[in-house]
Ligand binder design. Structure first.
Ligand code: GLA
Length: 401
């Protein structure tokens, strides 16, 4: 089905009214309630917006700057609803930008496959053979990762300019971004309206809340693709940073990084991060999985099956940098996390402030459903029924506070 602009706008409005508006109403009540103690509780919380850049076809890209009282700040740009930078003090108060990114839109377009900081939709991670079946119908998707479809296919949500507005509640500041994805976009069924809300508070919690609704049965798996380097983006690699992933199992992959369908215990393998371990300690081990992720030197690019099982109160993962004292913890409603050690970075990306990003120069913690779930009946489902509300929350908590 193809639809014209007016129909699309109306549909977005209807979808928003039917699904998203309900969601937003619930939360905005809570926000209104919390705004009364604004000055006492949160003297330095602020959000401002400014022009960032323009896309080659002339669309304006805005930047939202979120700050808190601990000297932490987060920049979100409307191109791909991306985290563009995260300024975080170290244990001595020295601030560094710990998120890999760019100063302009062009590097994000020229290096689409890096997905720096972006919101990934409609389906984060891989779909085998660029194909899946739903309600008896086969859907063909464009392949952009060898034989597979990765991160929603080419020119997906990470390459779109999202609509945005500021949020300020007293206890948190943020930005809400919306996007409409028409039926058939990169082969996926259903017109879909999506809202992503980033908020920052004085506990150094960067909270990402995703919601979406579709007018047809479809599949969905949203995530954020920020690469962190706790020593500072561009400041060498992350091999000495120490990771803990609260997972007893991971989903091993075939040669094209599609899960075999098994859940394999991490015990006795380089995937065991149940106790905090330097990322580089076993990355070069002679291990088939590590070599599938990065054939030359080894790397991590796998989905871990989280013991937190979607409980937002339970720690899912933590990475710390012993040198700077900086740390990030992740909490999520999702059943898995893709821990990726930027095996494809090679120092050529023109990064923020002239920085170059080395091989293994960052890590991602992509909270998500397992890869290829639409083709893997034993995995938790990623199906979204027509009119049903999709919702996902992930918190990245940064220390020191
Ligand atoms: C995900 C994938 C990786 C890679 C990055 C983007 O983490 O699992 O294989 O494609 O995205 O470069």
């Amino acid at each position: 089905m193809t639809i014209d602009y007016h129909h699309r706008t109306a549909l977005y409005r209807n979808a928003a009214v039917a699904g998203l508006a309900g969601l937003l109403l619930c939360t905005s009540n809570a926000w209104a309630a919390s705004s009364s103690n604004q000055d006492a509780a949160a003297p330095h919380l602020a959000v401002t917006s400014s022009d960032f850049d323009k896309t080659p076809d002339g669309q304006q890209v805005e930047k939202y700057h979120l700050t808190n009282r601990n000297g932490m700040s987060v920049d979100i740009i409307t191109f791909g609803a991306r985290v563009q930078s995260i300024d975080l003090p170290d244990k001595n108060g020295n601030v560094a930008d710990i998120a890999l990114g760019a100063d302009k839109v062009k590097p994000y377009i020229d290096n689409e496959g890096t997905y720096f900081g972006a919101i990934i939709g409609r389906y984060g991670n891989r779909i085998a053979g660029g194909q899946f079946k739903l309600d008896g119908k086969t859907y063909d998707l464009p392949k952009n990762n060898g034989p597979n479809t990765l991160h929603g296919g080419p020119k997906s949500w990470d390459q779109k300019v999202w609509a945005a507005h500021q949020l300020d509640t007293g206890n948190a500041v943020g930005v809400e971004l919306t996007h409409f994805s028409p039926d058939g976009q990169n082969g996926f069924p259903g017109n879909m309206a999506v809202t992503v809300r980033y908020t920052l508070d004085n506990d150094n919690d960067l909270r990402i809340h995703y919601s979406a609704v579709s007018d047809q049965d479809t599949v969905i798996n949203l995530t954020n693709h920020t690469y962190f380097n706790l020593a500072g983006a561009g400041n060498g690699n992350i091999l000495n940073q120490v990771a803990m992933i609260n997972a007893d199992k991971f989903t091993p992959v075939d040669k094209t990084l599609i899960p075999t369908g098994k859940l394999q215990p991490v015990a006795g393998t380089p995937m065991d991060f149940t106790t905090p371990t330097p990322i580089g300690k076993r990355i070069k081990d002679d291990n088939t999985q590590l070599k599938r992720a990065e054939p030359k030197q080894g790397g991590y690019d796998f989905n871990w099956v989280l013991n937190s099982k979607g409980d937002l109160a339970k720690l899912a993962a933590r990475v710390s940098d012993p040198k700077s004292g900086r740390m990030v913890e992740m909490y999520t409603t999702e059943p898995g996390v893709q821990f990726y050690t930027s095996n494809f970075l090679d120092g050529t990306f023109p990064g923020t402030d002239g920085n170059k990003y080395a091989h293994w120069g960052g890590f991602t913690l992509e909270a998500q459903h397992y890869p290829d779930s639409p083709n893997q009946p034993s995995f938790p489902t990623t199906e979204l029924k027509a009119g049903q509300k999709y919702s996902q929350t992930t918190i990245y908590k940064f220390l020191p506070e």
